[in-house]
Design a protein around this ligand. Sequence first.
Ligand code: ZN
Length: 469
Amino acid sequence: MRLIPRLTLLQLVLPAALGAQSPAPVRAIDWPAIEREAVTLLRDYLRVFTANPPGNELTAARFLQDFLAKEGIEAQILDTVELGAGRANLYARVKGNGSKRAVALVHHMDVVPATAGTWTTSPFSGELRDGYVYGRGALDMKGEGVAQLMAVVALKRGGVPLTRDLVIIANADEELGSTGALTFADKHADLLRDVEFLFTEGGTNSVRNDTLRFRGIGVSEKRTFWQRLTVRGTPSHGSRPTKHNPVPRLVAALDRLARYETPLHVTPGVDRFFRDISRDYPGERGVWLRNVCAALKDPRAREWILSDVYWNAILRNTISITGLQGSNKTNVIPPEASAEVDIRLLPDQDPDSVLATLKAVVADTAVTFTPLIVPKAPFESSTATDFFRAVERVSQERDPKAFVTSSMLTGATDRPMYRRLGIQVYGLDPFRTNDVEFQRGVHGNDERISVANFVAGVRFLYDVLRYVQ
Ligand SMILES: [Zn+2]
């Protein structure tokens, strides 16, 4: 009896979107079976050798195609010619009623290499030990790929009515050249024309001591804008110094660049990120983070905020001078000296004008700038979408004390290729892997995911896909 007024109150208090219609299964879903099958599928997928190079994703695509066929989902293997021998992308679509635009679930099939001797198990054995599935790709990102597929399978088996088509994409070559996503986005824009939301890796959850602090939905990332700086001179003998030694001239230019402080700039997603995390900081620090634009004008606040290397990197373009090349002999003045500089731009910056600024900072026309990489399309997605709200709702239900925020990645993923097509693209990590485990496992040794964490991730995505309908 007591429940009734409470429920009524709850319905009154909750925003309409939260209480609203979420499609339910029309047939009971056998969750223990789904979970068992998910673990088996993950272990088998980890055994498909897709270390990149060479990638070998065609075998993985066939493996996924066979699995999906058994569920009545027809998948196409694409781009085998463009990607070269042994490589492929995969595409499949589960139809909704077409009343809303589609959602795409994307993962990459390749993994980084692993050296057998440095693991406590064989990195491609898919071993199940002490409640963990071990293998290269368990976290990055075959685990998430399988969770995506099994969430779709659960929706299909349960007959959950869909308003949105669900598009499944598995790409080649994320870990090296991104040729898989590049080719897919270039050649198959028609397959993606109706896609409103797309999610893949790039979410950043914070789990400390097994408690989820926050779930970070990746809404943006920095743009890689590497440059090589070169000075030419006249080669001669080091015993007779000349004015035409390119090394000191380059060093002076690099010194000016190293001293240069890039301007601070707060993008909308970063503004929200600081506001969200401010609740974890009592006192004046919380006040600072609640309004980071204002805080950056206060020297004390600014010094504290910028002392965090991640916070510093999401508040400005960054410049790291990394490679350096002069003579390979102590007694030889070389004909040329060069340096490589790792520049990362905030998503809303114009590369040409940044480059013009850097040339002005260097202030020496003898220094030539050569781009080492073409910056990917700018990637920044909205937090005010049905997808973002669906993740917030699922997260709230499971972890009411944790919050959901928007995160910016300082590294690079395949997401800009899809964002360029006008799709709202997100990074979403369905798991709650603790920070230490995540740091150790991704690209490291003994990459693993606990079965409990993994199967909870399947259900997490199942609910996200239900609530976004
Ligand atoms: Zn990855």
